[in-house]
Design a protein around this ligand. Structure first.
Ligand SMILES: [Zn+2]
Ligand SMILES: [Zn+2]
Length: 78
């Protein structure tokens, strides 16, 4: 029944692709939901290249600094 979901349905506008993992604790983060909750942080420089996304607790522990490049982490708001 859900087999279609496993076969890379990354068409534009589909909302199932917005899951990333926290780079520190591995917790799954839902970016689509984070737009509302604001509990996901990311590095503008490293998000795409290294998947630099962090849960709110780890972002705080990192003092909102990217562990890769030292940039300030941004909340995933839009
Ligand atoms: Zn985390
Ligand atoms: Zn960075």
């Amino acid at each position: 029944m859900t087999i279609g979901l496993l076969k890379g349905t990354n068409s534009p506008g589909h909302k199932g692709w917005t899951h990333v993992k926290c780079r520190i604790c591995g917790k799954e983060l839902d970016l689509f939901r984070a737009i509302d909750t604001g509990d996901v942080y990311y590095c503008p420089k490293c998000a795409k290249t290294r998947g630099a996304y962090f849960c709110a607790a780890d972002a705080k522990r990192l003092k909102y600094r990217c562990p890769y490049c030292g940039s300030e982490l941004k909340p995933y708001y839009r």
